[in-house]
Each structure stands twice: as structure tokens, then as C-alpha cells.
Write a protein that binds this ligand. Structure first.
Ligand SMILES: NC(=O)c1ccc[n+]([C@@H]2O[C@H](COP(=O)([O-])OP(=O)(O)OC[C@H]3O[C@@H](n4cnc5c(N)ncnc54)[C@H](O)[C@@H]3O)[C@@H](O)[C@H]2O)c1
Length: 248
């Protein structure tokens, strides 16, 4: 079978570790040229070098704060300059912080919304500005928190719910341009973000072993939604959570 992303160019945000690094690896492994966009130069470069060492091809690191529109535009510009096209954007960068509703300040809210919502909106804009006649695919890594949530995570849950709405709008506006937009709702995935969750540390939230997935599970679903296998899938939200959302 042909690699699904041969000749395609993808940008993956939050690429320095966890789910993002697994997505970069999966897309590069299937032939994509990838811009691995991360906050930290060292870790992002290390991920890109490891993947080039493993799969060959071209994976380039780029330092980018997704909440800064100028840096997002510079990232898309770099992909276009180096690779000449943009086919896939994966909005994976995310930030989760914890406070009660009475404690949150405007600054706290904006800090989370900037990364989790505006970052995805800025890269969506870049896809609409630069997709070619073949169209493109946007995959937004939201969360099960977009639909069900826990205490102390209001800005995160609200931002992830808004990302589902952004995904729907992008699917509608993208229809005539063959730009598809879909969201993934990861459940509990084995990354530092999961184990640093104070609700888990305190025992307020418990997890069955079977509830914990791996970054590669999200990468596989992302590759499907970004590929032509999902040509008729747009505006959708796919839970990749081991069935957690389905439970009473
Ligand atoms: N791990 C889970 O259980 C889980 C569950 C549901 C959703 N998610 C989502 O999956 C995505 C990846 O999370 P992860 O589990 O790999 O955690 P992670 O903390 O390893 O990854 C988040 C990444 O986002 C990056 N980031 C944060 N702020 C940024 C900014 N301003 N600009 C650019 N990058 C920034 C971080 O540097 C990090 O690399 C996130 O969107 C997260 O909300 C994770």
C-alpha cells in the first residue's frame, strides 16, 4: 500500500513530546514532510532529529507559541518556503490548569484560552489562507472534557468544547475548498499531562488501567482523519477514549 502522506506537508503543534511527538512520528512514518512546532527549541529539535534518524524524510523543528498569531503565521510561512505546500494541520498544543470557579482570574482564563482555543483558530486561519486546490485537512486534538468534565478545570473544558465548535465552522467554510476539519476527543492518555493532573494525584478522580490509552492511539486516529481515507469525514468529533465517554 502507498504511504498515505507521500508528497504531503503537515504542521503538528505541541510536537515536543507526548501525543504531539507520536503524531509527528506517525505522519512522517507514512511519508509526510512535517513541521514539528513546539515551544522549546531543544526538545522540538530532539524529536525531529530522532524521527529523521528513524524514518529518513524531512521533519523540521520550529519554535512557535501557538497563542501568538505572528509566530503561527511565521510557522506556516516556513512550511511553505521549505516544502512549497500545506496539506495538514494538527492542532495538538494544549494547556490544562486547575483552580476552583471562585479562584480563576481573567488572566488564568486567558492563559488557557490562548493556547487551547486561539492556537487552533490561528492555525485554522493559516490553512484557509494557504491550502492549495487539492484542499487540506485540519485535525484538532480536543478532549473528552469537551463533553464531560470534572471539577477545577473550567477554562480547559470550555476551550475544548469551543474547539469542537471551531471544527464545525471550519468544516462548513472549508467545504467548497476541499478543506476538511475534524476533532479527536482523547480520553486519559499516558503522557506527563495526565499524571500531573491534581484530581488524579488527590484521588478525586480514579482511573482503571483499561481507561488509559497510549499516544500512538491518538496518532493512529489523527493519521486516519488527516488522510484521504477520511475523504468523506468532516465536521466530526471522534472519541478515542477506550469507551470512557460511553459509560454511565
Ligand atoms: N494526556 C491526556 O490524557 C489528554 C487527554 C485529553 C486531551 N489531551 C490533549 O492532547 C494534547 C496533547 O497533550 P499531551 O497529553 O501530549 O500533553 P503534553 O503536556 O505532553 O503536550 C502538550 C504540548 O503543548 C505544548 N504547549 C503548551 N503551550 C504551548 C504554546 N503556547 N505554544 C506551543 N505549544 C504549547 C507543550 O509544550 C506540550 O508539548 C493537548 O491538547 C491535550 O489537551 C490530552
Amino acid at each position: 500500500m502507498e504511504p498515505r502522506f507521500r508528497d504531503k506537508v503537515a504542521i503538528v503543534t505541541g510536537a515536543a513530546g507526548g501525543i504531539g511527538a507520536a503524531i509527528v512520528e506517525r505522519l512522517a512514518g507514512e511519508g509526510a514532510r512535517v513541521v514539528a512546532a513546539g515551544r522549546s527549541e531543544d526538545t522540538t529539535r530532539a524529536v525531529a532529529e530522532k524521527i529523521v534518524g528513524q524514518y529518513g524524510g524531512e521533519t523540521l523543528p520550529f519554535v512557535c507559541d501557538v497563542g501568538d498569531e505572528a509566530q503561527v503565521a511565521a510557522c506556516a510561512e516556513m512550511a511553505l518556503q521549505r516544502f512549497g505546500r500545506l496539506d495538514v494541520v494538527v492542532n495538538n498544543a494544549g494547556l490544562m490548569t486547575f483552580k476552583t470557579l471562585a479562584e480563576w482570574t481573567a488572566e488564568d482564563w486567558l492563559k488557557v484560552l490562548r493556547v487551547d482555543l486561539l492556537g487552533a483558530a490561528f492555525f485554522t486561519k493559516q490553512m484557509f489562507l494557504h491550502a492549495g486546490t487539492a484542499g487540506g485537512a485540519i485535525v484538532n486534538i480536543a478532549s473528552v472534557h469537551a463533553e464531560r468534565t470534572t471539577a477545577n478545570a473550567a477554562p480547559y473544558s470550555a476551550a475544548k468544547a469551543a474547539v469542537l465548535s471551531l471544527t464545525r465552522t471550519a468544516s462548513i467554510e472549508g467545504r467548497d475548498r476541499k478543506i476538511r476539519a475534524n476533532a479527536i476527543l482523547p480520553g486519559a492518555i499516558d503522557t506527563p499531562m495526565l499524571w500531573e493532573n491534581p484530581n488524579l494525584k488527590s484521588g478525586a478522580e480514579t482511573l482503571d488501567k483499561r481507561d488509559v490509552g497510549q499516544p500512538r492511539d491518538i496518532a493512529a486516529a489523527t493519521a486516519f482523519l488527516a488522510s484521504d481515507d477520511a475523504a468523506f469525514v468532516t465536521g466530526a468529533s471522534l472519541a478515542v477514549d477506550g469507551g470512557r465517554l460511553a459509560k454511565l
